[in-house]
Design a protein around this ligand. Structure first.
Ligand SMILES: *Cc1c(COP(=O)(O)O)cnc(C)c1O
Length: 371
């Protein structure tokens, strides 16, 4: 592969020795579950996001499920979510017994907006989950006032947007609660699965802690006060995450600089998804649109360039979610046929971006215009 889609080995190279120290220290203490490493990371993550609390959980999907459960959302409730998200957003809603109402997105940013959410409103809607897709912050000003006007819980799925900023504030600090994934390929990734909830609501944080730890009351081992489950962030992953968090802003800045190099080098026929001027994006993915997407992807693959599609099928068109399909969602549906994710990671060299841009240029030049 000339330019891989993602290079986690390069991303972790500088941290290897410190990762070994974390392993030694956790082994020595035998504090594998809970304890100081977890508490330290939770405090650091809350401080980074600008919230009163962060709760480490097993993964980003559980984080969404636990927030919904913690807010008492379940059977009889509806939750508005964009159709162009990773399936986990929809999965969590169905798992708590609520029904997803899929909404469309803004054609320029491919993010949910107050307008697209408004079009999906109904009497049973209890919450909206805003997805900051591709590392780009949605318009939390307009979405916040819409949620307030209609008495809806506003939840952020920030699994792709660690550190992204809307109007001077980091995502994860806007809604009732926000959810993060630390899946290895995310902007802040563990060496395995991990996730977190951030919130200013300490009572909600406490309920989520209980639910995620077998329904245990705080500080109690056998005081099971609710029917809970096991969804914890373990100490080893928390220790790795604390180390990687120190480099997150720098890594995100490198992604932004890569995005700008792409913008300068890509041919005009390969349109980048727009970033709202009021936001600072963290470019989890570098997404372009082309009406010859499949041919372009094939040509790039032949040139040794790794690409992805995020996501090829919008959730409302997936078989398991057919019962929740209501209306066509034209922006999500057309985007799904046009989007292509190019290589994007902090360690990507400018010379690699040149190679990708040249290959895109050569490919679109050779592709006959679509009819
Ligand atoms: C990755 C992701 C999730 C799920 O996170 P996991 O840790 O893999 O469970 C949820 N929502 C979005 C938008 C994601 O990208």
């Amino acid at each position: 592969m000339t330019v891989p889609f993602l290079d986690l080995e390069a991303h972790h190279r500088a941290h290897r020795d410190v990762f070994h120290q974390v392993l030694e220290s956790v082994m020595t203490s035998s504090g594998f579950i809970g304890g100081r490493a977890l508490e330290a990371f939770e405090d650091e993550w809350a401080a980074f996001c600008g919230t009163a609390a962060a709760v480490g959980v097993a993964n980003g999907t559980d984080a969404i499920e636990l927030v919904l459960e913690g807010l008492g959302i379940g059977p009889g409730d509806e939750v508005i979510i964009p159709a162009n998200t990773f399936v986990a957003t929809a999965e969590a809603v169905v798992r708590v017994g609520a029904a997803p109402v899929f909404c469309d997105v803004d054609p320029a940013t491919l993010l949910v907006s107050a307008e697209t959410v408004e079009a999906a409103l109904g009497p049973r809607v209890a919450a909206v989950i805003v997805v900051h897709l591709f590392g780009q912050a949605a318009d939390m000003t307009a979405l916040g006032s819409l949620a307030e006007r209609h008495g809806l819980h506003l939840i952020e799925d920030a699994a792709q947007a660690h550190g992204a900023v809307w109007d001077g504030r980091r995502v994860g600090s806007f809604g009732r609660a926000a959810t993060f994934s630390f899946y290895p390929g995310k902007n802040l990734g563990a060496l395995g699965d991990g996730g977190a909830v951030t919130t200013d609501d300490l009572a909600l944080a406490g309920r989520i802690r209980e639910l995620a730890n077998h329904g245990r009351a705080a500080q109690s081992h056998f005081g099971h006060v609710v029917v809970g489950r096991n969804s914890r962030l373990d100490a080893l992953q928390a220790g790795f995450l604390s180390i990687k968090l120190r480099g997150l802003d720098t890594a995100n800045a490198a992604r932004r600089s890569n995005h700008e190099i792409y913008r300068d080098r890509l041919p005009p026929t390969a349109r980048q998804v727009e970033v709202d001027q009021r936001s600072v994006a963290v470019h989890h993915l570098e997404v372009i649109r082309s009406d010859r997407r499949d041919d372009l992807q094939r040509a790039l693959s032949d040139a040794g360039i790794g690409t992805g599609i995020h996501y090829p099928v919008p959730c409302h068109l997936m078989a398991p979610y057919a019962d929740y399909r209501r209306t066509p969602l034209p922006e999500c549906e057309s985007a799904a046929t046009e989007i292509l994710s190019l290589p994007m990671y902090p360690e990507l060299a400018a010379s690699d971006i040149d190679r990708v841009a040249d290959a895109v240029d050569a490919a679109v030049g050779q592709l006959a215009p679509s009819s």
